[in-house]
Design a protein around this ligand. Structure first.
Ligand SMILES: CC(C)(COP(=O)(O)OP(=O)(O)OC[C@H]1O[C@@H](n2cnc3c(N)ncnc32)[C@H](O)[C@@H]1OP(=O)(O)O)[C@@H](O)C(=O)NCCC(=O)NCCS
Length: 218
């Protein structure tokens, strides 16, 4: 049976979520929602756009699911805030996992957005509100905590532990048994050979910690 979902946002990521859910899921998108201050259009893709503040009265959590796939700016803190607000309002989130992703019985939390060509090897767990753009290798026996963002073609080797709100740029490579600190930013093309500090910005091959904090650049 089809299930009905409201998507948070009206920008690129929300538009992509609408496309993926419509073309590759059991869900039907019924509306979009944004905070009242950002409510500039009444309709998007032929569906109503309503204020997030009014959502529970128009699309009650008892009848509708919520999906809030957002970009990772401000080191995923905005994504985390919206996700937690929706939870407080009583919503259950869906997760989207592409039919073209390879999943090996992994435990996957809610509000995850996992696109095509991701490979999730066995015995790795994925928390809530995790984004994996296309084509990442997520190695075996790992832990991915909540609100983490993988862009594309990241190689996360086996037995890694990725803490909350970490963010990976394209083509980053992470050695096995590495711990990626909370809110760490791993720049595009970085080769991470050692565990990283919370809030650290890491660039280069081998990756070196930069003077700026991750939140200062992204
Ligand atoms: C780490 C990052 C966020 C830094 O961004 P930024 O602060 O705007 O950096 P800038 O573009 O201003 O570059 C500053 C300097 O760092 C260098 N630099 C930037 N990113 C780098 C990287 N990943 N590795 C090595 N050097 C890098 C630049 O060449 C520049 O060097 P210069 O001062 O000698 O000219 C960014 O470069 C990055 O890695 N982004 C990820 C991109 C990505 O994955 N996009 C997909 C999005 S879906």
């Amino acid at each position: 049976m089809k299930k009905e979902v409201v998507i948070f946002g009206v920008k690129d990521t929300a538009e992509l979520a609408h496309w993926y859910l419509t073309n590759d899921s059991e869900y039907t998108v019924v509306a979009f929602t944004v905070n009242r201050d950002y409510l500039e259009i009444q309709e998007f893709h032929g569906l109503p756009v309503v204020a997030f503040e009014d959502l529970t009265s128009i699309y009650p959590p008892s009848q509708y699911y919520l999906f809030a796939p957002m970009t990772g700016v401000r080191m995923n803190t905005l994504r985390q805030k919206v996700y937690e607000e929706g939870k407080k309002m009583g919503y259950q989130y869906i997760s989207y996992v592409s039919s073209k992703a390879t999943v090996c019985g992994n435990s996957i939390g809610e509000n995850c957005f996992i696109l095509e060509d991701n490979t999730l090897q066995p015995f790795t767990t994925i928390g809530n509100n995790v984004v994996m753009w296309s084509g990442n290798h997520i190695g075996h026996h790992g832990i991915i905590e909540d609100h983490v963002f993988f862009t594309s073609h990241v190689v996360l080797s086996g037995h890694c532990h990725v803490k909350q709100r970490a963010w990976f740029g394209v083509n980053a490579t992470i050695r096995d048994y590495t711990v990626i600190g909370e809110g760490s930013l791993i720049g595009m093309g970085a080769l991470v050979t050692k565990s990283t500090d919370d809030g650290g910005l890491y660039l280069g091959s081998p990756a070196k910690k930069q003077e700026k904090l991750a939140i200062e650049v992204y």
